[in-house]
Design a protein around this ligand. Structure first.
Ligand code: SF4
Length: 289
């Protein structure tokens, strides 16, 4: 398979075959994200994609899932996406699940009929980055969206009966907005009604504007205990969601996973033990993005 630059996939796509159809992110302005800072957004040639599909058809026959990389493949035109899904069917007819990252801007560019068509052709799952439900934080990190536009985008995905996984980023409000971040993110996640919530913990990178703010002392990062408090508050406020809940990313201080609302009390109890020191946290040097 021919991969260009950093190829990133959600943790729940660990078993998927990664088919890179774009390089980078067409937006690439979020101040906390260093994933694609060194590459310009490009769409890969169909010939290169077909070479990968032919290779996968020969050597990756055990994979049942495909993840389409990079950052926001849903931004491709409907015509390109339809062609791509047909090609996957043609070369890898045994694939049962196709997933991709889709930001709110890309989702806005698709009609309900477009999304339905993609679903009919095999698209199953959209991973969307909310990061925070707090508009002040979204503005600070230049997400280019508001809580309202994120909710509208999520509704469109759910109305098309696609599986929606939404990511939020602990610590993104810094110490100053930690409580507001947890409360407002819980509120927006509830309104988005995703099938899955994935929680990551901020790890500021040197090649990002937010990383520079941290180094300059302009953004105060919550310490591990404050991050756990933020996560507890978030879970406490997620009272009306029915979804899978994962906070077990490699950036996490305390890997947790469960189903809401069924496992809420168990998740809060585990957090309570960690906050009291009865359970050790993942050491800083073992955390990763
Ligand atoms: S967080 Fe997502 S939308 Fe923002 S720059 Fe990174 S890949 Fe692009």
């Amino acid at each position: 398979m021919e991969y260009v630059g950093n190829v990133i996939r959600p943790p729940s796509e660990a078993d998927a075959l990664i088919l890179q159809v774009t390089v980078g992110c067409s937006y690439n302005k979020c101040t906390f994200c260093g994933a694609y800072k060194d590459v310009s957004f490009t769409i890969k040639d169909e010939a290169a994609i077909i070479r990968d599909l032919q290779f996968a058809g020969q050597y990756c026959r055990n994979h049942r899932r495909v993840f389409l990389a990079d950052g926001d493949v849903l931004i491709l035109s409907q015509k390109r996406l339809v062609r791509l899904l047909h090609l996957i069917r043609q070369y890898l007819p045994w694939i049962s699940r196709i997933s991709l990252y889709g930001n709110a801007r890309a989702i806005r560019g698709k009609s309900h009929d477009n999304l339905q068509e993609l679903k009919t052709l095999g698209l199953d799952r959209v991973y969307m980055g909310l990061e925070s439900g707090c508009d002040a934080i979204l503005q600070h990190v230049k997400k280019g969206e508001t809580a309202e536009t994120m909710i509208a985008a999520a509704k469109k995905i759910r109305d098309s009966r696609l599986f929606l996984s939404v990511t939020a980023l602990l610590g993104l409000g810094g110490v100053a907005l930690s409580k507001r971040h947890a409360e407002e993110t819980a509120k927006v996640l509830t309104a988005m009604a995703p099938n899955q919530i994935a929680i990551l913990t901020l790890m500021p990178l040197a090649n990002t504007l937010l990383g520079e703010e941290v180094l300059a002392g302009k953004f105060l990062l919550p310490n591990p205990q404050e991050i756990l408090t933020e996560l507890s508050l978030l879970i406490e406020r997620l009272r009306d969601v029915r979804c899978q809940f994962h906070a077990n990313h490699t950036s996490s201080y305390l890997p947790l996973s469960g189903r809401l609302p069924k496992d809420r009390e168990a998740l809060l109890a585990a957090l309570g033990k960690a906050r009291s020191g009865a359970v050790s946290l993942v050491p800083e040097q073992r955390r990763a993005l």
